[in-house]
Design a protein around this ligand. Sequence first.
Ligand code: FE
Ligand code: ZN
Ligand code: FE
Ligand code: FE
Length: 167
Amino acid sequence: MGLFTTPIKNLDDLFLHTLQDIYYAEKQITKALPMMIEKAQNPALKQGFTSHLHETEQQVTRLEQVFAALNQQPKGVTCEAIDGIIKEAKQVVSDVEDPAVRDVALATSAQAVEHYEIARYGSLVALANQLGHHQVVKLLQQTLEEEKAADRKLTQISESHVNKKAA
Ligand code: FE
Ligand code: ZN
Ligand code: FE
Ligand code: FE
């Protein structure tokens, strides 16, 4: 446990911590996506990032609804994991010169983000069910499905356009 962090004593604390973690992460993602949109050359990739930015903004709002349903103030806690994934994405993208290869780097970095989110929302759905917070399961499940769809779309774009051009 860190010096300034809240102790996690039970599953409810862990659930709340994980919500705060993903709330922070979603906000960082909304800040990172404009860079991804700007750097993407492939129109399908650019469009995919743009629509996922809008979706992500709605996911932030949805998390605020989850906090409200649990009588909690929306609050974020620093997530080292998402900070690391975003930092790595920025580094890799700036190291690539060929635009077609950069598109693949953007797509693979974005998939690391989606997989992180899928892990978090998957755990949150499971914890919400276990703890009997049935009123928030649907909200969390909805975002989980969006993240899975975003991941599938990135695979599709990579396979159909981006990788071929970069090869
Ligand atoms: Fe998200
Ligand atoms: Zn995290
Ligand atoms: Fe974290
Ligand atoms: Fe996402």
